[in-house]
Design a protein around this ligand. Structure first.
Ligand SMILES: Cc1cc2nc3c(=O)[nH]c(=O)nc-3n(C[C@H](O)[C@H](O)[C@H](O)COP(=O)(O)O)c2cc1C
Length: 362
Protein backbone atom coordinates (compact mmCIF):
# COMPACT_ATOMS: atom_id res chain seq x y z
CA UNK A 1 0.00 0.00 0.00
CA UNK A 2 2.89 2.35 -0.67
CA UNK A 3 1.82 5.43 -2.61
CA UNK A 4 2.08 5.13 -6.41
CA UNK A 5 5.61 6.08 -7.55
CA UNK A 6 4.27 8.34 -10.31
CA UNK A 7 5.74 11.85 -10.08
CA UNK A 8 2.25 13.26 -10.53
CA UNK A 9 1.08 11.58 -7.33
CA UNK A 10 0.14 14.32 -4.96
CA UNK A 11 -0.98 13.16 -1.55
CA UNK A 12 -3.13 15.48 0.50
CA UNK A 13 -1.15 17.46 3.03
CA UNK A 14 -0.87 15.64 6.36
CA UNK A 15 -1.82 17.41 9.54
CA UNK A 16 1.85 17.50 10.48
CA UNK A 17 2.77 19.24 7.24
CA UNK A 18 -0.11 21.66 7.59
CA UNK A 19 0.93 22.67 11.10
CA UNK A 20 4.70 22.33 10.67
CA UNK A 21 6.71 24.91 12.57
CA UNK A 22 9.56 26.61 10.79
CA UNK A 23 12.08 23.80 10.44
CA UNK A 24 14.52 23.74 13.34
CA UNK A 25 17.86 22.01 13.74
CA UNK A 26 16.06 19.56 16.00
CA UNK A 27 13.33 18.78 13.46
CA UNK A 28 15.98 18.24 10.76
CA UNK A 29 17.93 15.95 13.01
CA UNK A 30 14.77 14.02 13.97
CA UNK A 31 13.86 13.58 10.30
CA UNK A 32 17.38 12.30 9.58
CA UNK A 33 17.26 9.82 12.48
CA UNK A 34 13.83 8.63 11.32
CA UNK A 35 14.77 8.38 7.63
CA UNK A 36 15.27 4.62 7.64
CA UNK A 37 11.97 4.14 9.42
CA UNK A 38 10.00 6.52 7.20
CA UNK A 39 11.52 4.96 4.05
CA UNK A 40 10.50 1.54 5.35
CA UNK A 41 6.96 2.49 6.39
CA UNK A 42 6.24 5.04 3.67
CA UNK A 43 5.03 7.49 6.32
CA UNK A 44 6.08 11.01 7.18
CA UNK A 45 7.28 10.19 10.70
CA UNK A 46 8.57 6.82 11.92
CA UNK A 47 5.95 6.50 14.63
CA UNK A 48 3.66 3.47 14.53
CA UNK A 49 0.37 3.27 16.41
CA UNK A 50 0.70 -0.32 17.63
CA UNK A 51 -2.28 -2.54 16.97
CA UNK A 52 -4.72 -2.67 19.89
CA UNK A 53 -7.56 -5.19 19.70
CA UNK A 54 -10.99 -3.48 19.45
CA UNK A 55 -9.26 -0.07 19.51
CA UNK A 56 -7.17 -0.09 16.33
CA UNK A 57 -9.92 -0.18 13.73
CA UNK A 58 -10.60 1.93 10.64
CA UNK A 59 -11.03 5.26 12.49
CA UNK A 60 -7.88 5.29 14.60
CA UNK A 61 -5.78 3.64 11.90
CA UNK A 62 -6.78 6.08 9.16
CA UNK A 63 -6.44 9.07 11.50
CA UNK A 64 -2.89 7.97 12.36
CA UNK A 65 -1.85 7.48 8.74
CA UNK A 66 -3.60 10.67 7.58
CA UNK A 67 -1.71 12.62 10.25
CA UNK A 68 1.65 11.39 8.89
CA UNK A 69 2.25 8.43 11.19
CA UNK A 70 1.66 4.73 10.54
CA UNK A 71 -1.57 3.08 11.68
CA UNK A 72 -1.90 -0.68 12.16
CA UNK A 73 -5.23 -2.57 12.13
CA UNK A 74 -5.57 -5.11 14.98
CA UNK A 75 -7.02 -8.26 13.44
CA UNK A 76 -7.24 -10.07 16.80
CA UNK A 77 -9.80 -12.86 16.53
CA UNK A 78 -11.52 -11.41 13.39
CA UNK A 79 -12.60 -13.82 10.66
CA UNK A 80 -11.12 -13.32 7.16
CA UNK A 81 -14.45 -11.76 6.08
CA UNK A 82 -14.36 -9.20 8.91
CA UNK A 83 -10.72 -8.34 8.20
CA UNK A 84 -11.55 -7.94 4.51
CA UNK A 85 -14.29 -5.43 5.40
CA UNK A 86 -12.07 -3.58 7.89
CA UNK A 87 -9.22 -3.14 5.41
CA UNK A 88 -11.64 -1.96 2.71
CA UNK A 89 -13.20 0.55 5.13
CA UNK A 90 -9.77 1.83 6.18
CA UNK A 91 -8.73 2.26 2.55
CA UNK A 92 -11.86 4.35 2.03
CA UNK A 93 -10.65 6.71 4.78
CA UNK A 94 -6.97 7.05 3.85
CA UNK A 95 -4.77 6.82 0.78
CA UNK A 96 -1.69 6.60 2.99
CA UNK A 97 0.10 3.37 3.97
CA UNK A 98 -1.05 1.37 6.98
CA UNK A 99 -0.32 -2.12 8.27
CA UNK A 100 -2.25 -5.12 9.59
CA UNK A 101 -1.38 -7.01 12.78
CA UNK A 102 -2.12 -10.75 12.74
CA UNK A 103 -1.86 -13.09 15.72
CA UNK A 104 0.31 -16.12 14.85
CA UNK A 105 -1.94 -18.63 16.64
CA UNK A 106 -5.08 -17.56 14.74
CA UNK A 107 -6.47 -20.80 13.25
CA UNK A 108 -7.02 -19.10 9.86
CA UNK A 109 -3.69 -17.29 9.63
CA UNK A 110 -3.09 -18.26 5.99
CA UNK A 111 -6.52 -17.02 4.93
CA UNK A 112 -5.91 -13.73 6.78
CA UNK A 113 -2.56 -13.33 5.01
CA UNK A 114 -4.36 -13.86 1.69
CA UNK A 115 -6.90 -11.15 2.56
CA UNK A 116 -4.01 -8.73 3.23
CA UNK A 117 -2.45 -9.73 -0.09
CA UNK A 118 -5.72 -9.18 -1.96
CA UNK A 119 -5.80 -5.61 -0.68
CA UNK A 120 -2.12 -4.98 -1.37
CA UNK A 121 -1.38 -4.31 2.32
CA UNK A 122 2.28 -3.28 2.37
CA UNK A 123 3.19 -4.27 5.95
CA UNK A 124 2.03 -7.27 7.97
CA UNK A 125 2.92 -7.41 11.66
CA UNK A 126 3.01 -10.90 13.18
CA UNK A 127 2.36 -10.91 16.93
CA UNK A 128 1.97 -13.63 19.54
CA UNK A 129 5.03 -15.84 19.23
CA UNK A 130 7.20 -17.59 16.66
CA UNK A 131 5.52 -17.42 13.23
CA UNK A 132 4.41 -20.88 12.03
CA UNK A 133 6.28 -22.42 9.08
CA UNK A 134 5.51 -20.79 5.76
CA UNK A 135 3.83 -17.66 7.17
CA UNK A 136 6.80 -15.34 6.52
CA UNK A 137 7.26 -16.72 2.99
CA UNK A 138 3.53 -16.42 2.27
CA UNK A 139 3.50 -12.74 3.30
CA UNK A 140 6.68 -11.90 1.43
CA UNK A 141 5.34 -13.73 -1.62
CA UNK A 142 2.54 -11.16 -1.76
CA UNK A 143 5.13 -8.38 -1.89
CA UNK A 144 4.41 -7.19 1.67
CA UNK A 145 7.01 -6.53 4.35
CA UNK A 146 6.97 -8.68 7.50
CA UNK A 147 7.46 -7.20 10.97
CA UNK A 148 7.91 -9.44 14.06
CA UNK A 149 8.41 -9.04 17.83
CA UNK A 150 11.55 -10.74 19.19
CA UNK A 151 11.49 -11.19 22.99
CA UNK A 152 15.28 -11.79 23.14
CA UNK A 153 18.42 -11.11 21.09
CA UNK A 154 18.70 -14.80 20.13
CA UNK A 155 15.12 -14.72 18.87
CA UNK A 156 15.84 -11.51 16.93
CA UNK A 157 18.74 -13.20 15.13
CA UNK A 158 16.57 -16.23 14.36
CA UNK A 159 13.85 -14.01 12.88
CA UNK A 160 16.40 -12.15 10.77
CA UNK A 161 17.64 -15.48 9.39
CA UNK A 162 14.01 -16.36 8.58
CA UNK A 163 13.80 -13.28 6.37
CA UNK A 164 11.74 -10.77 8.38
CA UNK A 165 12.08 -7.19 7.16
CA UNK A 166 11.84 -5.28 10.46
CA UNK A 167 11.51 -5.87 14.19
CA UNK A 168 9.56 -4.28 17.02
CA UNK A 169 11.16 -4.75 20.43
CA UNK A 170 8.55 -4.28 23.13
CA UNK A 171 9.32 -3.99 26.82
CA UNK A 172 7.20 -4.91 29.82
CA UNK A 173 6.12 -1.28 30.41
CA UNK A 174 3.70 -1.71 27.48
CA UNK A 175 -0.05 -2.24 27.68
CA UNK A 176 -1.56 -5.61 26.70
CA UNK A 177 0.32 -8.93 26.65
CA UNK A 178 3.89 -8.44 27.81
CA UNK A 179 7.21 -10.19 28.32
CA UNK A 180 9.37 -9.96 31.44
CA UNK A 181 12.11 -7.52 30.29
CA UNK A 182 12.00 -3.70 30.29
CA UNK A 183 12.21 -1.62 27.13
CA UNK A 184 15.47 0.06 28.17
CA UNK A 185 17.22 -3.29 28.67
CA UNK A 186 15.87 -4.82 25.43
CA UNK A 187 16.97 -1.69 23.55
CA UNK A 188 20.50 -1.90 24.94
CA UNK A 189 20.78 -5.62 24.21
CA UNK A 190 19.20 -5.72 20.77
CA UNK A 191 19.82 -2.35 19.04
CA UNK A 192 23.63 -2.42 19.00
CA UNK A 193 23.60 -6.04 17.80
CA UNK A 194 21.13 -5.90 14.92
CA UNK A 195 20.06 -2.32 14.10
CA UNK A 196 22.59 -2.14 11.27
CA UNK A 197 20.96 -5.16 9.60
CA UNK A 198 17.31 -4.10 9.48
CA UNK A 199 14.98 -1.40 10.85
CA UNK A 200 14.15 -1.91 14.53
CA UNK A 201 11.25 -0.07 16.19
CA UNK A 202 11.15 0.36 19.97
CA UNK A 203 7.88 0.01 21.94
CA UNK A 204 6.73 0.02 25.54
CA UNK A 205 6.51 2.91 27.97
CA UNK A 206 7.12 5.72 25.48
CA UNK A 207 4.89 8.64 26.40
CA UNK A 208 6.91 11.66 25.28
CA UNK A 209 9.14 12.68 22.40
CA UNK A 210 12.30 12.92 24.51
CA UNK A 211 12.25 9.16 25.10
CA UNK A 212 11.56 8.57 21.41
CA UNK A 213 14.58 10.71 20.48
CA UNK A 214 16.73 8.73 22.91
CA UNK A 215 15.89 5.40 21.27
CA UNK A 216 16.44 6.88 17.80
CA UNK A 217 19.89 8.03 18.90
CA UNK A 218 20.58 4.49 20.10
CA UNK A 219 19.95 3.20 16.59
CA UNK A 220 16.19 2.58 16.44
CA UNK A 221 14.57 3.30 13.07
CA UNK A 222 11.41 4.45 14.81
CA UNK A 223 9.05 3.79 17.68
CA UNK A 224 5.69 2.15 18.33
CA UNK A 225 3.22 3.53 20.86
CA UNK A 226 -0.18 2.24 21.91
CA UNK A 227 -1.33 3.65 25.24
CA UNK A 228 -0.64 7.27 24.22
CA UNK A 229 -3.09 7.03 21.29
CA UNK A 230 -6.10 5.53 23.11
CA UNK A 231 -7.50 8.94 24.07
CA UNK A 232 -7.25 10.34 20.55
CA UNK A 233 -10.54 12.03 19.63
CA UNK A 234 -10.81 9.73 16.61
CA UNK A 235 -10.47 6.57 18.74
CA UNK A 236 -13.80 4.71 19.13
CA UNK A 237 -13.03 3.44 22.66
CA UNK A 238 -15.98 3.97 25.07
CA UNK A 239 -15.86 7.28 27.01
CA UNK A 240 -15.50 5.26 30.26
CA UNK A 241 -12.38 3.57 28.86
CA UNK A 242 -10.86 6.94 27.96
CA UNK A 243 -11.83 8.43 31.35
CA UNK A 244 -10.10 5.53 33.11
CA UNK A 245 -6.93 6.30 31.12
CA UNK A 246 -7.06 10.01 31.91
CA UNK A 247 -7.53 9.35 35.64
CA UNK A 248 -4.85 6.64 35.94
CA UNK A 249 -1.22 7.00 36.95
CA UNK A 250 1.70 4.76 35.97
CA UNK A 251 1.39 2.59 39.07
CA UNK A 252 -2.23 1.73 38.29
CA UNK A 253 -1.14 -0.18 35.17
CA UNK A 254 -0.12 -3.52 36.67
CA UNK A 255 0.71 -6.93 35.21
CA UNK A 256 -1.56 -9.90 35.88
CA UNK A 257 0.02 -12.55 38.08
CA UNK A 258 0.14 -16.30 37.56
CA UNK A 259 -0.58 -18.04 40.84
CA UNK A 260 -0.16 -21.71 39.92
CA UNK A 261 2.80 -23.09 37.92
CA UNK A 262 0.49 -25.66 36.31
CA UNK A 263 -1.74 -22.98 34.81
CA UNK A 264 0.36 -20.78 32.53
CA UNK A 265 -0.77 -17.17 32.19
CA UNK A 266 0.82 -14.75 29.72
CA UNK A 267 0.96 -11.55 31.77
CA UNK A 268 -1.30 -8.73 30.65
CA UNK A 269 -0.69 -5.13 31.73
CA UNK A 270 -3.99 -3.41 32.52
CA UNK A 271 -5.45 -0.91 34.97
CA UNK A 272 -6.18 -2.41 38.38
CA UNK A 273 -9.89 -3.19 38.75
CA UNK A 274 -12.32 -5.90 39.85
CA UNK A 275 -11.57 -7.97 36.73
CA UNK A 276 -7.94 -8.40 37.85
CA UNK A 277 -8.98 -9.54 41.33
CA UNK A 278 -11.63 -11.89 39.98
CA UNK A 279 -9.01 -13.38 37.65
CA UNK A 280 -6.80 -14.23 40.62
CA UNK A 281 -9.80 -15.81 42.38
CA UNK A 282 -10.62 -17.78 39.22
CA UNK A 283 -7.08 -19.16 39.04
CA UNK A 284 -7.33 -20.28 42.69
CA UNK A 285 -10.68 -21.94 42.02
CA UNK A 286 -9.40 -23.83 38.96
CA UNK A 287 -6.21 -24.88 40.80
CA UNK A 288 -8.39 -26.30 43.58
CA UNK A 289 -10.48 -28.24 41.04
CA UNK A 290 -7.21 -29.68 39.69
CA UNK A 291 -6.02 -30.61 43.20
CA UNK A 292 -9.33 -32.37 43.83
CA UNK A 293 -9.05 -34.21 40.52
CA UNK A 294 -12.35 -32.69 39.37
CA UNK A 295 -10.99 -31.35 36.03
CA UNK A 296 -8.32 -32.48 33.58
CA UNK A 297 -5.31 -30.20 32.92
CA UNK A 298 -6.54 -29.31 29.41
CA UNK A 299 -9.98 -28.28 30.69
CA UNK A 300 -8.39 -26.27 33.52
CA UNK A 301 -6.15 -24.34 31.11
CA UNK A 302 -9.11 -23.68 28.79
CA UNK A 303 -11.13 -22.29 31.69
CA UNK A 304 -8.29 -19.85 32.42
CA UNK A 305 -8.01 -18.76 28.79
CA UNK A 306 -11.74 -18.36 28.33
CA UNK A 307 -11.93 -16.11 31.34
CA UNK A 308 -10.26 -13.30 29.38
CA UNK A 309 -12.12 -13.90 26.13
CA UNK A 310 -14.21 -10.82 25.56
CA UNK A 311 -12.86 -8.98 28.61
CA UNK A 312 -11.12 -6.29 26.54
CA UNK A 313 -14.20 -5.86 24.34
CA UNK A 314 -16.37 -5.44 27.45
CA UNK A 315 -14.22 -2.51 28.56
CA UNK A 316 -13.38 -0.88 25.19
CA UNK A 317 -16.78 -1.20 23.50
CA UNK A 318 -19.33 -1.65 26.33
CA UNK A 319 -17.55 0.69 28.75
CA UNK A 320 -17.56 -1.76 31.70
CA UNK A 321 -14.21 -0.68 33.10
CA UNK A 322 -14.70 -2.60 36.38
CA UNK A 323 -15.32 -6.10 35.04
CA UNK A 324 -13.66 -5.71 31.65
CA UNK A 325 -9.94 -5.58 30.91
CA UNK A 326 -8.62 -2.01 30.69
CA UNK A 327 -5.30 -2.88 29.03
CA UNK A 328 -2.90 0.06 29.45
CA UNK A 329 0.82 0.62 29.61
CA UNK A 330 2.74 2.49 32.30
CA UNK A 331 2.81 5.59 30.08
CA UNK A 332 -0.91 5.95 30.90
CA UNK A 333 0.04 8.58 33.49
CA UNK A 334 1.13 10.83 30.61
CA UNK A 335 -2.32 10.65 29.01
CA UNK A 336 -4.07 13.68 30.46
CA UNK A 337 -6.84 14.59 28.01
CA UNK A 338 -8.71 13.60 24.90
CA UNK A 339 -7.17 15.35 21.88
CA UNK A 340 -6.96 14.93 18.11
CA UNK A 341 -4.48 12.32 17.01
CA UNK A 342 -2.55 14.85 14.94
CA UNK A 343 -1.98 16.95 18.10
CA UNK A 344 -0.56 13.93 19.96
CA UNK A 345 1.75 13.20 17.05
CA UNK A 346 2.84 16.82 16.81
CA UNK A 347 3.64 16.95 20.55
CA UNK A 348 5.79 13.82 20.23
CA UNK A 349 7.64 15.26 17.23
CA UNK A 350 8.19 18.69 18.80
CA UNK A 351 9.37 17.21 22.11
CA UNK A 352 11.75 14.91 20.26
CA UNK A 353 13.08 17.73 18.10
CA UNK A 354 13.62 20.00 21.10
CA UNK A 355 15.48 17.28 22.96
CA UNK A 356 17.77 16.65 20.00
CA UNK A 357 18.41 20.37 19.58
CA UNK A 358 19.35 20.68 23.26
CA UNK A 359 21.67 17.66 23.03
CA UNK A 360 23.42 19.03 19.95
CA UNK A 361 23.90 22.32 21.77
CA UNK A 362 21.64 24.11 19.25
C1 LIG B 1 -5.59 -1.71 24.88
C2 LIG B 1 -4.40 -2.37 24.22
C3 LIG B 1 -4.60 -3.46 23.38
C4 LIG B 1 -3.51 -4.05 22.71
N1 LIG B 1 -3.75 -5.08 21.83
C5 LIG B 1 -2.71 -5.59 21.10
C6 LIG B 1 -2.95 -6.57 20.09
O1 LIG B 1 -4.08 -6.97 19.85
N2 LIG B 1 -1.88 -7.04 19.39
C7 LIG B 1 -0.59 -6.58 19.62
O2 LIG B 1 0.34 -7.04 18.95
N3 LIG B 1 -0.35 -5.65 20.57
C8 LIG B 1 -1.37 -5.14 21.29
N4 LIG B 1 -1.13 -4.14 22.21
C9 LIG B 1 0.25 -3.56 22.31
C10 LIG B 1 0.38 -2.33 21.37
O3 LIG B 1 0.31 -2.69 20.02
C11 LIG B 1 1.73 -1.59 21.57
O4 LIG B 1 2.81 -2.39 21.17
C12 LIG B 1 1.93 -1.17 23.01
O5 LIG B 1 0.77 -0.52 23.47
C13 LIG B 1 3.14 -0.22 23.09
O6 LIG B 1 3.43 0.12 24.41
P1 LIG B 1 2.72 1.33 25.20
O7 LIG B 1 1.38 0.82 25.59
O8 LIG B 1 3.61 1.52 26.36
O9 LIG B 1 2.66 2.50 24.28
C14 LIG B 1 -2.19 -3.56 22.92
C15 LIG B 1 -2.00 -2.48 23.81
C16 LIG B 1 -3.07 -1.88 24.45
C17 LIG B 1 -2.83 -0.70 25.35
Amino acid sequence: MTPPPSPCYSAPMTTLEATAPTASIGHDRLARLMKRGTDFLGSEVAIMAGAMSWVSERNLVSAMSNAGGFGVIACGAMTPELLDAEIAATKALTTRPFGVNLITMHPMLNELIDVCAKHGVGHVVLAGGLPPGGAIERIKGSGAKVICFPPTLAFAKKLIRSGVDALVIEGMEAGGHIGPVSTSVLAQEILPAVASELPVFVAGGIGRGEAMAGYLEMGAAGVQLGTRFVCATECIAHPNFKKAFIRASARDATASVQIDPRLPVIPVRALKNAAGELFTAKQREVAQLLDDGKVEMMEAQLQIEHYWAGALRRAVIDGDVEHGSVMAGQSVGMVTKEEPLADILKSLVDEGAKALERRSGG
